[in-house]
Design a protein around this ligand. Structure first.
Ligand code: KIV
Ligand code: ZN
Length: 519
């Protein structure tokens, strides 16, 4: 780990705290994809999951620990022995592993959630850290709800955790209640009062309920914390966690005020943001700092005029520094494979030969339909191609009857495990008819939780990007599809979500295909 005293470790918890947000559940393959992206970005520690929480979490931590070797891989555990042993088991294959154990220390949590006395919690802190140390020297301890914890008790617990062997002490603002000055003072108070604090790295973990997560984390760093826990796009419980991209860019752009460094390759921020958004189906707010669609857009005449004269008039960082290249017209109908491959490379994509050929074919089809192809079009197209990659169910054709004269109907052909199935269905609108047709061919009980369409670029010939979220037996999956035809994109998005559900069910049974469906 970097020994520079001004190095701030980035501890990414997108796969643990981020995934805990309702509707953000990810498959194993998706978690691996994100973990590999985080590794490529230079994240110091990846919190890969909460192994005792479910077999899925256990497996994800185990696979990430095997495959992702550069960052430290961390598993979360409550204070009980079973939790800690399970985390250790999941981390067995890791080159560098960390167990992160936590227990609540605030009066309200101890009384109502844990039903434990302060003395019992204190003993549990020591026992849990000591148990985790049986498996690894790298143990992190967190007092959950630290910002609402009695200060004397917090100091005692932090001292005990370090004495028991914790090398990182994380101070969560679990409910997003702190203000920046207060949070900074809390970190400073721990540094001043805990005698052995110098033996541990202090970490921030701030939730965003009041929109202060990033400001609080930075106040913590200014006061002496040298690890920040954060997530891509600020994903996380309720209003989310501190957003990694905002922390990284604030430290970089305002190095004059905050002379601290991270190891993050900021040029990969946009790609990471898109990947997480695409996998979870959580759109990024247009005006979100750093990664929002409008974050670098200059619309008003005065601003555009200033920008043309000198970009420093309205731009505090270059779009390229977060991986955005100019979004002007990029390729046309006559562009060849070489130009296409180079453009994809510049956008951060390296496709295998089959995926490349499929993407190139789709690019040509798109260029036939759409006069101007922008970078956003290519990103949507390639992301979509990657999503479709190994799917067992694929959309072969879709014909729709829509308009004022009902009934609206869909004639759909799906390829299911290589075999074509055809069906006709009606519905109270073309989307409903399309989804009913899919349900007829692949019966399932999953409920549609979200259906969302957005235009990738401007103009009526723009590609539509559709996100769908399905829920079955408490598990949610997100699907995505892109096409110039909104209904085709909708069919792909629904089918993509269904494919993910099948992956989840795969270990028990093959997909059922309706006997009523004709070839
Ligand atoms: O917000 C929180 O307190 C947490 C802990 C488990 C660190 O996520
Ligand atoms: Zn949290």
């Amino acid at each position: 780990m970097n020994a520079d005293p001004n190095h701030v470790r980035i501890f990414d918890t997108t796969l643990r705290d981020g995934e805990q947000s309702p509707g953000a559940a990810m498959t194993l393959e998706e978690k691996l994809q994100i973990a590999e992206m985080l590794e490529a970005m230079g994240v110091d520690i990846i919190e890969a999951g909460f192994p005792i929480a479910s077999n899925g979490d256990f497996e994800a931590v185990r696979e990430i620990a095997k495959i992702v070797t550069e960052p430290v891989i961390c598993g979360l555990a409550r204070s009980g022995s079973k939790d800690i042993d399970r985390a250790a088991e999941a981390l067995e294959g890791a080159r560098r592993k960390r167990i992160h154990t936590f227990i609540s220390t605030s009066p309200v949590h101890m009384k109502h959630k844990l039903q434990m006395t302060a003395d019992e919690v204190y003993e549990a802190v020591i026992a849990s850290v000591a148990r985790a140390r049986r498996y690894t020297d790298d143990v992190e301890w967190s007092p959950e709800d630290a910002t609402r914890t009695d200060r004397d008790f917090l100091c005692r617990c932090v001292e005990a955790a370090i004495k028991a062997g914790a090398s990182t002490v994380n101070i969560p603002d679990t409910v997003g209640y702190a203000t920046p000055d207060e949070y900074g003072e809390l970190i400073a108070m721990l540094i001043a009062r805990v005698p052995n604090i110098g033996k541990a790295v202090i970490s921030t973990h701030c939730h965003n309920d009041l929109g202060l997560a990033v400001a609080n984390s930075l106040a913590g760093v200014a006061a002496g914390a040298r690890q920040v826990e954060c997530t891509v796009n600020g994903l996380g419980e309720r209003a989310g966690n501190a957003a990694m991209e905002e922390i990284v860019m604030a430290l970089r752009v305002r190095h004059d005020r905050m002379p601290f460094d991270t190891a993050i390759k900021s040029e990969m921020i946009t790609q990471a943001s898109r990947l997480v958004s695409q996998i979870t189906g959580f759109p990024v707010q247009y005006n979100k700092a750093i990664v929002g669609k409008n974050a670098f857009a200059h619309e008003s005449g005065i601003h555009q005029d200033g920008m043309l004269k000198n970009n420093q008039t309205y731009e505090i960082m270059l779009p390229e520094s977060v991986g955005l290249t100019s979004s002007s017209l990029v390729l046309g109908k006559l562009s060849g494979r070489h130009a296409f491959r180079e453009k994809l490379k510049a956008l951060g994509y390296e496709l295998g030969s089959n995926a490349f050929e499929d993407a190139f074919r789709r690019f040509k089809e798109l260029a036939d339909k759409k006069r101007e192809i922008f970078e956003d079009d290519l990103v949507a197209l390639v992301d979509d191609e990657m999503v479709r990659g190994h799917d067992r169910i694929r959309v072969k054709s879709l014909r729709i009857v829509a308009g004022t004269e009902g009934p609206q109907s869909a004639t759909l052909i799906l390829e299911i495990d290589g075999e074509e199935k055809r069906v006709e269905a009606t519905g109270s609108g073309p989307v409903d008819a399309t989804f009913n047709a899919i349900k007829a061919l692949v019966p399932h009980t999953a409920k549609l939780q979200l259906y969302q369409v957005h235009a990738v670029t401007q103009g009526t010939d723009a590609q539509a990007e559709v996100s769908v979220r399905l829920e079955e037996d408490g598990k949610t999956v997100a699907g995505r599809g892109a096409d110039t035809d909104t209904l085709v994109a909708s069919a792909w998005a629904y089918v993509n979500a269904l494919n993910k559900l099948l992956v989840k069910r795969l270990r028990t049974a093959p997909p059922e295909v309706s006997a009523a469906a004709s070839h």
